[in-house]
Design a binder for this molecule. Structure first.
Ligand SMILES: *Cc1c(COP(=O)(O)O)cnc(C)c1O
Length: 369
């Protein structure tokens, strides 16, 4: 099965000039440039999913009364395609993103895109725009699937039509000058997600609600916000759009622990992969509840030696220091710890094909043109 069986290909006759594309791939940054094409798939109550097509990347036009602009039924995903040593292209655990996209859709009362169509859209776009997949250390093509409601009208209810769109954007190394630990702000005023809310769904509204807290973190001289549970502001949940890990001990006897998925945390693919990969490297890895007091006391006693965040965009980001309204502390010596660096390299090596894939995580693309 290839993407082209399910998706009608209507490519542009005028792709970006190769020299101009190479300039963009040399310094892609993040989310600044987009490839020549996109995939769109339409859903409506009568026909279900239909009209899957690969078309030139272009603006979408919409009615001002389209439901998404008012009531926010909008979800997205994020994953990367990496150039492999043999010149091929592979994505990392894309079935997990397909399934999470379905779970997000369910929570927002939206139709679920079949996994096969999700994967076919990736296959079709990457195959068509394969020249946009950069090679070079830590460079990738970032894939952004999204879906939103398209019915026109102001009645509050689930829309009767939706559009799925897949776009792609070349991404540079997240840390071009080497891993740099971030300083985090513990947000006790705002919450990202509450029990019964949408914290588990990758929906646009979660990000809208996070921006004011992120601005507050910046005002405090911090790079990122750390979210605590909404009820008690006591249990550590996530950092910005990334999951967190705490390292206890050091050397071969180190263990890593990540906050338990309580329903208000987003279940990251990177988080899940690290639970397994850490075990492969000989660390004990588990999920547990971690309070702010546990963190501060564990840091003071030396039990907690490193902390890092993880997600598709940066893979692993070390956390160097913590600040809240009442406290401030440095983690270890404030630099990237050895367990953090080792896990980061091990995961990136699998994604980029530099190390063997023992778990069937790497999904090579069949290049069809
Ligand atoms: C996307 C996301 C993550 C990380 O998920 P990955 O699948 O590892 O990229 C973590 N937290 C939030 C809030 C997210 O939106």
């Amino acid at each position: 099965m290839t993407g082209t069986d399910l998706i009608a290909l209507k490519p542009t006759g005028t792709p970006l000039d190769a020299a101009e594309r190479e300039l963009r791939l040399a310094e892609p940054g993040f989310g600044r440039f987009f490839t020549d094409h996109m995939v769109t798939i339409t859903w409506d109550a009568g026909q279900g999913w239909h009209d899957a097509q690969l078309v030139p990347y272009a603006p979408l036009s919409m009615d001002p009364a389209v439901m998404v602009l008012h009531y926010g039924q909008a979800i997205f995903e994020g994953l990367k395609a990496y150039r492999q040593p043999d010149g091929g292209i592979a994505t990392f655990r894309p079935e997990e993103n397909a399934r999470r996209f379905q779970r997000s859709a369910r929570r927002l009362a939206m139709p679920e895109l079949p996994e096969e169509l999700f994967l076919a859209s990736l296959q079709a776009l990457i195959s068509q725009d394969q020249d946009w997949v950069p090679s070079g250390a830590e460079k990738s093509l970032y894939l952004r699937p999204l879906m939103f409601s398209t019915e026109v009208g102001l009645g509050v209810r689930p829309s009767s039509s939706y559009l799925y769109v897949l776009i792609a954007s070349p991404a540079g190394a997240y840390f071009p000058r080497g891993l740099k630990p971030v300083t985090v702000w513990l947000s006790e005023e705002y919450s990202r997600a509450a029990p019964g809310g949408t914290g588990e769904a990758k929906c646009a509204g979660n990000y809208a609600a996070s921006l004011v807290a992120q601005a507050q973190a910046a005002d405090q001289g911090c790079d990122q916000v750390v979210w605590l549970d909404a009820g008690e502001h006591r249990w550590v949940e996530e950092m910005g759009g990334m999951n967190l890990y705490f390292v206890r001990g050091s050397g071969d006897t180190a263990s890593i622990v990540t906050p338990t998925l309580t329903g208000s945390l987003l279940a990251g693919v990177t988080r899940d992969s690290l639970l397994t990969l850490a075990g492969d490297l000989g660390y004990v890895a588990s999920a547990d509840r971690i309070s702010v007091d546990d963190w501060r006391d564990g840091n003071a006693s030396g039990e907690i030696t490193e902390v890092f965040a993880c997600g598709t965009a940066a893979v692993i980001t070390p956390v160097g220091a913590v600040k809240s309204a009442s406290h401030e502390w440095t983690i270890g010596d404030g630099e990237t710890g050895p367990v953090t660096a080792r896990l980061r390299k091990a995961l990136l090596d699998i994604q980029t094909g530099a190390a063997p894939d023992m778990h069937g995580w790497v999904h090579p693309l069949t290049v069809t043109i």
